[in-house]
Design a protein around this ligand. Sequence first.
Ligand code: ATP
Length: 297
Amino acid sequence: MQSAVAVSNLTKTYGKVAAVSEVSFTMEPNKIYGLLGRNGAGKTTIMHMITAQLFPTSGELRVFGEAPYENANVLSQICFIKEGQKYPDLFRISDVLDVAGGCFKNWDNEYAYSLVEEFRLPLKRRMKKLSRGMLSSVGIIIGLASRAPLTLFDEPYLGLDAVARSLFYNRLIEDYAEHPRTIVLSTHLIDEVSQLLEHVMVIDKGRLILNEESEMLRGRALTVIGSAAAVESFAAGKEMIEREAFGSLMKSTVMGGIDEDEIRRARALGLETTAVSLQQLIVHLTNGNSERGAVRL
Ligand SMILES: Nc1ncnc2c1ncn2[C@@H]1O[C@H](COP(=O)(O)OP(=O)(O)OP(=O)(O)O)[C@@H](O)[C@H]1O
């Protein structure tokens, strides 16, 4: 199957700063990807290269099988929605939607206008008079209604309230079910989107440290709490990514080789067990662990 995005040893350096280092991955068509990582990890730089707004320093990059640079065929299939997108001040929302409609061949105007109502946007107000959250909503509407085969959202919801974010997630998942396409979502609100993501990529200091199906990821880490001796016994031979002692009690998060048998074993040792959320897992993986490199689960 033709991949939506294929990168191999992708690297971008700015002088001595390696924004992206030797990153390799493929993205399949019709899947929702989470591109996650801490501030400055390199996520936006990767998205700028995929969308041909930035040349890599080295490495290979293919989008729908072709190099994206000055490639109208490829670029017409991409919609990139980013934080702080600028629009002409004097345009009204309706003008912006008209222009977007002319740019994307799968554009659904009726759907765009229904979203304008749902997000409660003033269609005739000029862009310079919109609030921060309203501007973000316009971007989200363009991203959804474009139905572009490759749609990237880079922190699309600056200033957006919780109700509007929830509306975005609901409409995204519904519309994706009816019109599958490749969606890349970069966000710091990991717990909010974790149910949407089918595949998770984590970038840390320019390197890809995790590249896993969400299904596989869930349940790969486990937090156990109990007597220090029982915790030590359970954790022996496993990678401990967190460890905290409270008097004679210990709390520890372990990764790797967690299955139903292991959970039963923990309980037989008298330990309390709790699943680890995607956000917790990523915090552990990217919290000052500079020498970790690629993560083995
Ligand atoms: N034009 C540039 N010149 C120099 N350094 C740059 C430039 N653009 C990005 N960088 C650096 O590259 C690194 C990666 O930046 P990038 O914007 O890709 O991170 P990010 O993961 O998107 O971060 P955030 O989550 O904060 O948006 C950072 O160290 C950043 O300072």
